[in-house]
Design a protein around this ligand. Structure first.
Ligand SMILES: Nc1ncnc2c1ncn2[C@@H]1O[C@H](COP(=O)(O)OP(=O)(O)OP(=O)(O)O)[C@@H](O)[C@H]1O
Ligand SMILES: Nc1ccn([C@H]2C[C@H](O)[C@@H](COP(=O)(O)O)O2)c(=O)n1
Length: 224
């Protein structure tokens, strides 16, 4: 197996992005942050005055923005209608509204097709991270990982990133977003039956990266 497709799913703050980028860089694979795509469409909705609580309005506008993801793990990029969206998609406003937008079936269907076409075009293989990659987007991925960590560990990690932010409030926000993402009807956050679960609570980031690289190596060796 030369080209390899790795799906990494899990709740917020479990280390999906950090792990996926590092694994892709180490193994010479492409990298796709699917959360960034849902954030990008959410940013477009907000910027264009679409009421994100109105699922019909979101569905009607869903095909309008052109979202382009760059898949170099050393320099992942995201543009909306040609404009760099990497900063604006990380605002508190987008974070608080992305679960509502990403629950709309028309949004999921468009973004899922985009993700599949990017994965198909990755010459040497790709690490794709998100919430429904192993279950829905790439059910035939060569390796599926489901990262978990305690809410306390995840909140502490996020608060470390956002200096001065209250850990308790961060933990509540994480739990609320996970609950929304897990309970939506279409393609919820879920572990695929054949995914390997890795609890990262007590692991350093380097240990998690090493664990995933080893799992990829084992898959490749088994396929020879
Ligand atoms: N095992 C770990 N130990 C300590 N810190 C970690 C670990 N894994 C990731 N982190 C840190 O936790 C923060 C969140 O990680 P990351 O953004 O990769 O999570 P995520 O699962 O992609 O989150 P989200 O789904 O919200 O985008 C980052 O600051 C990252 O450096
Ligand atoms: N495959 C995916 C990826 C992400 N989402 C939604 C749900 C998340 O809360 C949001 C932002 O993701 P993050 O940047 O925090 O990883 O995007 C999804 O529904 N499916």
């Amino acid at each position: 197996m030369d080209s390899v497709i790795v799906a990494i799913d899990g709740p917020s703050g479990t280390g999906k992005s950090s792990t996926s980028k590092a694994v892709a860089a180490k193994l010479g694979l492409s990298y796709l942050d699917t959360g960034a795509q849902y954030r990008a469409i959410t940013w477009w909705m907000i910027s264009n005055g679409v009421d994100v609580t109105d699922a019909e309005a979101v569905a009607n506008a869903a095909s309008k923005p052109v979202i382009v993801s760059g898949t170099d793990p050393a320099r992942p990029t995201i543009t909306v209608d040609g404009a760099d969206a990497s900063g604006p998609i990380r605002t508190e406003e987008v974070t608080s509204k992305v679960s509502a937008v990403s629950a709309v079936p028309e949004v999921r269907s468009l973004i899922t097709e985009l993700q599949r076409s990017i994965a198909k075009g990755a010459e040497h293989g790709i690490v794709v991270e998100g919430r429904d990659i192993g279950t829905t987007v790439l059910p035939d991925a060569d390796l599926k990982i489901f990262l978990t960590a305690s809410p306390e560990a995840r909140a502490a990690r996020r608060s470390g990133e956002l200096k001065g932010v209250d850990v308790h409030a961060t933990k509540e926000a994480l739990i609320k977003r996970d609950a929304a993402d897990s309970s939506r009807k279409t393609s919820p956050l879920a572990k695929a039956g054949d995914a390997v679960e890795v609890d990262t609570t007590e692991l350093t980031l380097d240990q998690v990266i090493e664990c995933v690289v080893t799992l990829v190596d084992e898959k490749r060796a088994a396929a020879k």
